[in-house]
Design a protein around this ligand. Structure first.
Ligand SMILES: Cc1cc2nc3c(=O)[nH]c(=O)nc-3n(C[C@H](O)[C@H](O)[C@H](O)COP(=O)(O)OP(=O)(O)OC[C@H]3O[C@@H](n4cnc5c(N)ncnc54)[C@H](O)[C@@H]3O)c2cc1C
Length: 383
């Protein structure tokens, strides 16, 4: 979820990073939210694209493989991500219509604020007005009236963003890959290993299925694995942490009231909790945005940390008193692929001009997938 504010990423603001002719060939490694959408946009621009993933799109070890993800524009004073999300929203709506699949649930996002001033939300308000997407300021009385399930004792006010909500994560990651294949792309399920770099270029990549692929450019969108694929460059740049999300069972008599709540973010709390009440009927989702222990995305066991769960239980009993004794019905361990400052990373390998890194989703990348893929395509392909 990652509700940070930071300066916009420099590489995204430049006019062009790579100049590929429209007849070029590209291999994209990684079919998560970043790689999948980038492959689809490159393909639609006329590029010959092969998409490769070791375990398949939206698999359980990937960051994009959870049930749901929050979509919200709020990024403090960072206009780049606000605008990127606005474009992403358009593309999500367009795509779900085209594919006839419900991927975006427009339930809104409720920001629970402890202080009078909450820059993370307040500083985005001018952008909401510029885009004609205003938020509603909810005084405590109104917050209580609308959301009686929320304990507001330690809150100052709320903000409601009626344009946000949540996305079906795994389902849409698979839908993107399916569209990619239907529109003429080639998907291969295999582990990819970059070959030699000679004269400033990567020569090829070797797949675990005994095939070598050659292309004009290679986009590596390997999520939490980026540091392992390019240890010499990225080991300390994109780091992986263990993040937990819990799905609690709501009381049978009130399940409709809980499911009808918007996604919410506890803005000022220390653990940065957030949640998705409906969560595709899998339970009241509580996510912990505070960074967990470092984690190996391939071999790490997906078991919840008892201390993190205990703290989460205390929080949920406090914020949603009706869930004090709610049973845990499912939980997920999911890797964050953290960049040093929370910005996405899009750059060339320092020694190979045809290797492009795309990653560092840092706990907030999923929703941007469609707009990011489009933006990256604009920065890579001649117009
Ligand atoms: C608990 C949690 C909550 C989050 N909440 C939100 C949220 O609410 N909203 C939001 O927008 N974002 C959220 N995020 C962040 C978001 O999910 C990620 O930023 C996004 O999914 C990253 O996508 P990706 O494509 O970079 O990585 P991934 O989805 O991990 O995809 C990388 C892919 O690369 C493949 N791969 C790696 N190495 C190789 C190789 N050598 N050969 C072949 N394939 C390879 C992997 O198999 C994998 O499928 C959350 C993340 C987590 C973990």
């Amino acid at each position: 979820m990652a509700a940070n504010t930071f300066a916009p990423p420099a590489a995204f603001l430049q006019p062009q990073l790579v100049l590929l002719p429209r007849t070029a060939s590209v291999v994209v490694v990684g079919a998560g939210a970043f790689g999948g959408w980038t492959a689809l946009h490159l393909l639609r621009r006329g590029i010959h694209v092969t998409l490769v993933d070791a375990w398949g799109p939206g698999h359980s070890r990937s960051s994009s493989g959870d049930e749901t993800r929050v979509i919200r524009s709020t990024y403090g004073s960072n206009r780049f991500y606000f605008d990127l999300n606005v474009r992403a929203l358009e593309l999500w709506k367009e795509s779900e219509k085209k594919w006839n699949k419900k991927l975006f649930h427009n339930v809104g996002v409720l920001w629970l604020c402890y202080q009078e001033s909450t820059p993370l939300v307040d500083d985005s308000v001018p952008f909401t007005k510029a885009h004609g997407m205003p938020y509603e300021y909810l005084e405590l009385k109104e917050l209580r009236r609308r959301y009686p399930l929320v304990n507001t004792d330690d809150l100052h006010h709320g903000w409601f963003d009626p344009f946000g909500g949540y996305l079906m994560a795994r389902e849409s990651t698979r839908a993107v890959a399916e569209a990619f294949v239907q529109e003429g792309g080639t998907f291969l399920q295999a582990h990819a290993q970059p070959g030699n770099i000679r004269n400033g270029k990567l020569e090829d990549i070797t797949l675990s299925i005994g095939v070598k692929l050659q292309a004009d450019a290679y986009v590596f969108a390997c999520g939490s694995w980026m540091g392992q694929v390019f240890p010499e460059v990225l080991k300390n740049v994109i780091t992986c942490t263990k993040q937990e999300a819990y799905y609690f069972g709501v009381p049978q008599a009130d399940s409709e009231s809980y499911d009808a709540m918007p996604a919410w973010v506890d803005v000022d709390g220390n653990d940065y909790y957030y949640g998705i009440p409906g969560n595709a009927s899998r339970g009241f989702k509580l996510g912990v945005d505070r960074r967990g222990e470092s984690f190996d995305p391939t071999y790490g066991e997906r078991l919840a940390n008892p201390q993190v769960l205990e703290r989460a239980r205390k929080f949920i009993a406090h914020r949603f008193p009706g869930l004090k004794n709610a049973p845990l019905v499912e939980n997920r361990v999911c890797p964050y692929e953290n960049s040093p400052d929370g910005n996405f990373i899009f750059d060339k390998h320092p020694e190979a001009s045809n290797i492009i890194f795309l990653g560092g989703g840092s706990g907030h990348g999923f929703k941007h997938g469609p707009a990011l893929g489009e933006h990256v395509t604009n920065l890579m392909v001649e117009r």
